[in-house]
Design a protein around this ligand. Structure first.
Ligand code: NAD
Ligand code: UDP
Length: 312
């Protein structure tokens, strides 16, 4: 198949590109390089089945393809808050452009949604049937509401125009190819630990997240995309739940760092807890995460170590 990946030069997009090329598909990688990097896709550029296209997903595009994975959107709070209006435009107009193209060429189209659609959840763990608790006017809203609106568009194109859609709700995912300065907790803590700088825990560090290794997530993506039983939305994530303080201690221990933990102000609207209910993924896809947090952190630490030694 010929497969378009928007946001293909980012953290997850680069892993997905590699996986789909490995399966023998042609991959068209579209990216505006806001948070994506050439380094992530450098090993793929020599492959004749890989094509790179610098383009902004908010501007319309016409491409003959069989499948579309829509991943284009900054994912880290620091990056998505940098230009909030651009973030919501990326989610909403990017979804409309991908859906319009899918409708025209008859492609199956996949939306990278997020656990952020649950906001600061009052149901724990979060099943797909939970509608969420999202502040519509806060500093995280450009991302949360943009992704919620994209889900609405996907379901409306599906119901109204019969577009073949898939929606995945991704819970915090980490691994090699994350940006070292992207501000997310796993990359921040590992880089701080490797550089012997203070580890910045926001608030008391009692808020929780459930961390999924990238290879597990990509396996879930492909299984959801390549089956015809359900369109989603479907949670994909690792139910192993940790406090942020536990993560900081684990990173210090695994890197053998002399870094100290310091506490900084908790950002507004920071969700207090998050854990996926993955019953649907288990039953429909037979999917389970394979990597424990320790197993996933090892290659991630090795990647950042290498990156820092290159000075990039
Ligand atoms: P990332 O920032 O590494 O990747 C996003 C990619 O999209 C980058 O390459 C960026 O340059 C590109 N992009 C951004 N705006 C664009 C635009 N207007 N036009 C074209 N390209 C654009 O982040 P990621 O972690 O790889 O996230 C990929 C997708 O998965 C995002 O849609 C994100 O919302 C979603 N997601 C990720 C996580 C996670 O934990 N990693 C969690 C929930 C959802
Ligand atoms: N966080 C932290 N220190 C950091 C970066 C993040 O304590 O240097 C916290 C943040 O406040 C949040 C959690 O870690 O409670 C996860 O943050 P991240 O930005 O990775 O993802 P999200 O909040 O979108 O789940």
């Amino acid at each position: 198949m010929r497969i378009l990946i928007t946001g293909g030069a980012g953290f997850l997009g680069s892993h997905l590109s590699k996986r789909l090329l490995h399966e023998g598909h042609e991959v068209i990688c579209m990216d505006n390089f806001f948070t994506g990097r050439k380094r992530n896709i450098l090993p793929l550029l020599e492959n004749p089945a890989f094509e790179l296209m610098r383009h902004d997903v908010i501007d319309p595009f016409k491409i003959e393809c069989d499948q579309i994975y829509n991943l284009a959107c900054p994912a880290s709070p620091v990056h998505y808050q940098y230009n909030a209006i651009k973030t919501i435009k990326t989610s909403v107009m990017g979804a409309i452009n991908c859906l319009g193209l899918a409708k025209r060429v008859g492609a199956r189209v996949f939306q990278a949604s997020t656990s952020e659609v649950y906001g600061d959840p009052s149901v724990h763990p979060q099943p797909e049937a939970y509608w969420g608790n999202v502040n519509p006017i806060g500093i995280r809203s450009c991302y949360d509401e943009g992704k919620r609106c994209a889900e609405t568009l996907f379901m409306d194109y599906h119901r109204q125009n019969g577009v073949d859609v898939r929606i995945v709700r991704i819970f915090n995912t980490y691994g090699p190819n994350m940006c070292p300065d992207d501000g997310r907790v796993v990359s921040n803590f590992i880089v701080q630990a490797l550089q012997g700088r203070d580890i910045t825990v926001y608030g008391e560090g009692q808020q929780t997240r459930s961390f999924c290794y990238c290879d597990d997530l990509i396996e879930g993506f492909v299984r959801l995309m390549d089956q015809s039983e359900t369109v989603g939305p479907m949670n994909i994530g690792n139910p192993g739940e940790f406090t942020i303080l536990e993560l900081a201690e684990k990173v210090i221990q695994m890197t053998g760092s002399s870094s100290k933990i310091i506490h900084e102000a908790l950002p507004a609207d920071d969700p207090k807890q998050r854990q996926p209910d993955i019953t649907q993924a288990r039953e429909v896809l037979g999917w389970e995460p394979q990597y424990s947090l320790d197993e996933g952190l090892q290659p991630t630490i090795a990647y950042f170590d290498q990156l820092l030694s290159e000075g990039s």
